[in-house]
Design a protein around this ligand. Structure first.
Ligand code: NAD
Length: 497
């Protein structure tokens, strides 16, 4: 790899707006060499922002070897020193939240207000896991009488963790992985998507500014080839992956070939079940926003199926359509805008194709949106917030993840039927229940085949609580103590005297 060392973090060249470096390895910035060329286009305007040569699969080896070396330095520190460095990293993220958030908005179109909130949430994940760094304990199982010996367990880091993330919320996605991995004593090679690499690269500069050992977090943006090379590297001891089902399957296969453990956070088609005892206008308004406008529907756990009890069905549909009609679509840097573009032209065309196909098949009846935004927004990648009603629960529109602003509304008559429809997909990421009946809320939460259920609210992803998918939505969790344990392996020591 030909290297071009930078004297400052790439994003410090504020006028250039985007980092010019393509990778951060061993504490240094590099232009990519042998990898693919990526022309980055601002999804809000269609304007080309620059061309980057991405790292190649060959660069992966260097990133992993440097991480393996740095992990030795990391684990040699006292746990309290690791805690303090992670707290400092959290502080750096907070201090540079404006910059990080604007990079997220520029790279994938998330409204700036939401990018900023997600960035502060990411800092909170680092602060939370910093607190675990000096509280990792083993156990003393009662195997032997104390007079004859001792049996104890230690929880040890794996070594080098590969963290592969998608583009749809890169700063929070990296925090969910990097914070617990480092707190557990691992080093990380972070591979953001080539569609959203800039915020992750800038995060590299914050890792350096916080004083973490060089190489402890290396950032190598790239496409599937770089991800595959990382998964296949013999020194990667654990893979934590967030992305779609197809890529997740490739990651699983690569991991299985070497018996490497994985955490997989995959896609979803989550259902929001609305019973007739709710505040209808308020719930419908929320459902409309969460099912279409929120991150332009590009969220794994968003409630993209809205199941409504028959007595309030027409009223909810009417309110959802009215709310969707008021969604302000536009420049994601405008504070008044609720919904920005989708990530790129390809995604825009794909989503419009899904809508057209659903109309042609008659999966449901299109009652709002369904088209590309025109006029002043025509040059950007804007899809109108879209609503289908009377959707057949078995149809592709109700079964497949769209990953765009498309809500499918389905009526139901009984609690049992609602649960059956909600559970009737191959996914099991999240579920939402809206009711004032406490007993029913707990009953339905228990019956849903999903790793995360939220009653009368949206999933909030607090660092204290585990989040993860069931069925084809993945395995393992992120968040809380359970999320930390994913990054630790157990050793038992048996001592007899
Ligand atoms: P994607 O699967 O195309 O890519 C995800 C990441 O994997 C990218 O960095 C990509 O370069 C990499 N990758 C692709 N193929 C690979 C391979 N063979 N080996 C290794 N790495 C590979 O997904 P995307 O389009 O970036 O993101 C959207 C998907 O992510 C949606 O399905 C969404 O539901 C899912 N997602 C899930 C969660 C969750 O927590 N469950 C969160 C966010 C997004």
């Amino acid at each position: 790899m030909t290297t071009v060392e930078r004297t400052a973090a790439p994003a410090d060249a504020a006028a250039a707006a985007l980092p010019s470096a393509a990778a951060f390895i061993d504490g240094h910035w590099f232009d990519g060499t042998g990898g693919a060329t990526h022309v980055h286009v601002n999804p809000a305007t269609g304007q080309e922002l620059g061309t980057w040569t991405l790292p190649s699969a060959d660069d992966v080896d260097w990133a992993v070897r440097s991480a393996a070396q740095a992990q030795q330095d990391w684990i040699a520190l006292r746990p309290s020193a690791r805690r303090d460095l992670l707290l400092e990293l959290g502080r750096q993220i907070t201090e540079h939240a404006d910059r990080l958030a604007s990079l997220v908005t520029l790279e994938m179109g998330m409204p700036y207000r939401a990018s900023k909130a997600a960035t502060h949430a990411a800092a909170e994940w680092f602060r939370h896991y910093a607190g675990y760094a000096d509280k990792i304990e083993g156990t003393v199982p009662s195997v032997l009488p104390a007079s004859t010996g001792l049996d104890y367990t230690r929880h040890s880091p794996y070594g080098v963790v590969a963290a592969i993330i998608p583009w749809n919320g890169p700063v929070i996605a990296l925090a969910l992985k990097v914070a617990p991995a480092l707190a557990a004593g691992n080093a990380v090679v972070l591979k953001p998507s080539e569609l959203g690499p800039f915020s992750s690269l800038y995060f590299g500069s914050l890792v350096a500014a916080a004083g973490l050992p060089a190489g402890l977090v290396n950032v190598i943006p790239g496409g599937p080839d770089v991800g595959a090379a990382l998964c296949a590297h013999p020194d990667v001891a654990l893979i934590t992956f967030t992305g779609g089902g197809a890529a997740g399957r490739s990651v699983s296969e690569a991991a299985a070939a070497r018996h490497v453990p994985t955490v997989l956070e995959l896609g979803g088609k989550s259902a929001s079940i609305v019973f007739s005892d709710v505040d209808v206008p308020k719930t419908a308004r929320l459902a409309a926003i969460l099912g279409t406008a929120q991150n332009s529907g590009q969220g794994c756990f968003l409630p993209t199926r809205l199941l409504v009890e028959r007595p309030i069905y027409d009223e909810v549909v009417e309110s959802v359509v009215a709310a969707v009609g008021k969604v302000r679509l536009g420049d994601p840097f405008d504070a008044a805008v609720a919904m920005g573009p989708v990530v790129d032209e390809q995604a825009c065309e794909r989503i419009l194709g899904v809508i057209r196909a659903a109309e042609e098949r008659g999966d449901g009846r299109l009652v709002a949106g369904g088209r590309r935004a025109d006029g002043a927004l025509a040059a950007g990648c804007y899809v109108q917030p879209t609503v289908f009603v009377d959707v057949d629960p078995g149809s592709p529109l109700a079964q497949d993840e769209v990953f765009g602003p498309v809500l499918a509304i389905i009526p139901f008559d009984t609690e049992e039927e609602a649960v059956e429809i909600a559970n009737g997909t191959r996914f099991g990421l999240a579920g939402y229940v809206w009711t004032r009946d406490l007993g029913r809320a707990h009953r339905v939460a228990d019956a849903l085949d999903a790793g995360y259920v939220s009653v009368n609210s949206l999933a909030a992803l607090p660092p204290e609580a585990p989040f993860g998918g069931w069925k084809e939505s993945g395995r393992g969790v992120e968040g809380g103590r359970d999320g930390l344990i994913e990054f630790l392996r157990v050793k038992n020591v048996h001592v007899q005297w």
